[in-house]
Design a protein around this ligand. Structure first.
Ligand code: ISL
Ligand code: CA
Length: 574
């Protein structure tokens, strides 16, 4: 291949990418679920001083940004995603002084801190709701979505994300209020300008303290449309067309950006059920001035069957690759992507997309390589950097998550098979990601000296930070190297992306390139060996192997690479 041709196109087409450099585009973000991270005082609950204790650990992982899940006052119906006071810290997590210390500690180490903004709904114990529910003519009545029922039945057929009606009848005033999540999470009425101003104010409160941005919980849901029955049988379709992407969503986000966000050097990432390839760019197109990034769920719902997450089906790698490729294509030069495979709402990534048995270590590293070589900001969920796996508790009593509790109730009501459900919970339940962080092999994995709020995954004797600190070839050290390799090679951040042989059902391979370098990334998503032929987009003369989960024995001939089980290798071709 003639090198001159692609070089010309590099200069012409791709140089401007670098001109739009932003710290948050180059960042690797580490998500902390504080309840399960580190307990400092032996009450069994992770807390802010626990996070402070571990700041050096996070820094040594080469992290740039910490995203802290909610630490606000909350009755914890949904583990903090039900806020009762946006300006107060939940006492079991610590005090505002300790929060300030955490923020300083992160900044002193050259890291940034992003908080979770949960503003689609509040807790029913928030003062606004307490007042709102008190009478139909309370000044706060219109802060929430109250409707008259229809002859003793709810205003419409909307269903909660966690099962059951999305409307709760309130005897005090004889009306229903909307809650897309639990009945203790009433939805705010964003059409009310006072609600928006109050949210803007509380955002300023945190930004003025110096935090570095927000992850915005279910932000795609804040604008509600009409209140007609949903005509769709399928829940995901209902989300997209009825609950999410409402008529004023972009007006609200643009207003928030103009009035609040644009006054600070911060990042925003909106979480969005109902966001897909069709509408995603509307949220992050740089010229629209709404959000920097979104979390879409196209790949996270990939194994959901017709009945949703508790009806799992095997996932298809071709489809998986397609999702990443189509999104890259859609956002290219216009908006910015988020690269993640898990969080506190989903199973452990190595159990879900890798192999948590024989090829545990290899596959965890393979996923780490994929995360750090696709275009977009990288998000790592706590524990994935040591390859934490799913947990399989023996009974429902050992689970805590309200989503699990609700589905169990629903199965009982319908007389469905609970043994079967337990197996599905082992695979899909959110508590897979919420068992405590595994620091060492001492009592309770070093998470707490007391009795943990949720049991540890017994795997902590085998999978823990302390062991991996001492092992040069550990998953943890692989993450460290991958993160810093990406930072040193901005081609992996900004460079173009092209999938090779998209229809290959076992290997995910792609080119990343710009005027500076050309990389070839090969990830074998299977326990079998494969010979994989790269295309001739770039000439492969004497590629240098930069990163791999196999330390030796690499073989290739021309452009054909012999990949061993779960092998992932990154070559520099130029
Ligand atoms: O986990 C899910 C379904 O099993 C998702 O649909 C999830 O409910 C959705 O992505 C919204 O998640 C966010 O808001 C919820 C909260 O429970 C989640 O923890 C949070 O990440 C309500 O605030
Ligand atoms: Ca504690």
């Amino acid at each position: 291949m003639d090198w001159n041709l692609p070089l010309i196109s590099f200069i012409g087409l791709h140089k401007h990418n670098r001109m739009n450099r932003k710290w948050w585009k180059e960042a690797t973000v580490y998500q902390i679920y504080p309840r399960s991270f580190k307990d400092s005082n032996g009450d069994g609950i992770g807390d802010i001083p626990g996070v402070i204790e571990k700041l050096d650990y996070i820094k040594n992982l080469n992290i740039d940004v910490i995203w802290l899940c909610p630490v606000y006052k909350s009755p914890n119906d949904d583990n903090g995603y039900d806020v009762s006071d946006y300006r107060g810290i939940l006492p079991e997590f610590g005090t505002m002084e300790q929060f300030d210390e955490l923020l300083r500690g992160a900044h002193d180490r050259g890291m940034r801190l992003v908080m979770d903004l949960v503003a689609n709904h509040t807790s029913d114990e928030h003062q606004w709701f307490v007042e709102s529910r008190s009478s139909v003519d309370d000044p706060k009545r219109d802060y929430y979505l109250w409707r008259r029922g229809d002859n003793g039945t709810p205003p419409n057929n909307w269903q909660s994300f966690f099962g059951g009606d999305a409307w709760e009848y309130d005897t005090q005033t004889g009306e229903y209020y909307l809650h897309l999540f639990t009945r203790k999470q009433p939805d705010l009425n964003w059409d009310n300008a006072k609600v928006r101003e109050d949210i803007h104010d509380l955002m300023r409160f945190w930004l003025d303290k110096g935090i570095d941005g927000f992850r915005m919980d279910v932000i795609s849901l804040i604008s509600k449309g009409g209140y007609a029955d949903s005509p769709f049988g399928e829940f995901n379709e209902t989300i997209k067309k009825v609950y999410a992407n409402g008529p004023r969503i972009h007006e609200f986000l643009n207003e928030m950006n103009r009035k609040v966000i644009s006054n600070y050097d911060v990042m925003t990432v909106g979480e969005g059920p109902g966001i897909d390839l069709e509408n995603g760019l509307d949220y992050v197109d740089e010229c629209r001035e709404e959000l920097n990034m979104i979390f879409h769920f196209d790949h996270m719902f990939i194994d959901h069957g017709p009945e949703g997450k508790f009806d799992p089906v095997p996932y298809d790698l071709v489809r998986f690759k397609e999702i990443f490729s189509r999104w890259d294509e859609r956002l290219k030069d216009r908006g910015w992507g988020s690269i993640f495979l898990g969080n506190h709402d989903f199973p452990r990534i190595v159990s879900r997309f890798g192999d948590d048995a024989e090829y545990w270590e290899k596959s965890a590293k393979a996923l780490a390589m994929m995360l750090h070589t696709l275009r977009g900001t990288v998000y790592i969920y706590q524990g994935d950097e040591i390859g934490m796996t799913n947990v399989a508790f023996d009974s429902f009593e050992e689970y805590d998550d309200v989503e699990i509790t609700n589905i169990v109730k629903e199965y009982k009501r319908q007389g469905k098979n609970l043994d079967q459900l337990l197996k599905v919970v082992h695979r899909q339940g959110r508590d897979n990601a919420r068992t405590p962080m595994q620091w060492n092999k001492d009592l309770n994995g070093g998470f707490t000296t007391g009795s943990p709020w949720i049991k540890l995954n017994p795997s902590y004797e085998k999978i823990n930070v302390a062991d991996q600190e001492n092992e040069p070839n550990s998953i943890l050290n692989f993450y460290r190297q991958m993160i810093s390799f990406r930072k040193d090679n901005l081609t992996l951040v900004y460079g173009d992306y092209e999938c090779i042989d998209e229809s290959h059902a076992q290997v995910f391979a792609y080119w990343r390139w710009d005027e500076e370098s050309v990389f070839l990334v090969l990830v074998n998503f299977s326990e079998r060996a494969h010979s994989f032929a790269a295309n001739d987009k770039f000439e492969i003369l004497d590629p240098s192997r930069e990163m791999s989960n196999y330390s030796e024995g690499h073989s290739y001939q021309g452009n054909v690479f012999n990949l061993r089980p779960w092998e992932s290798t990154l070559y520099r071709v130029k």
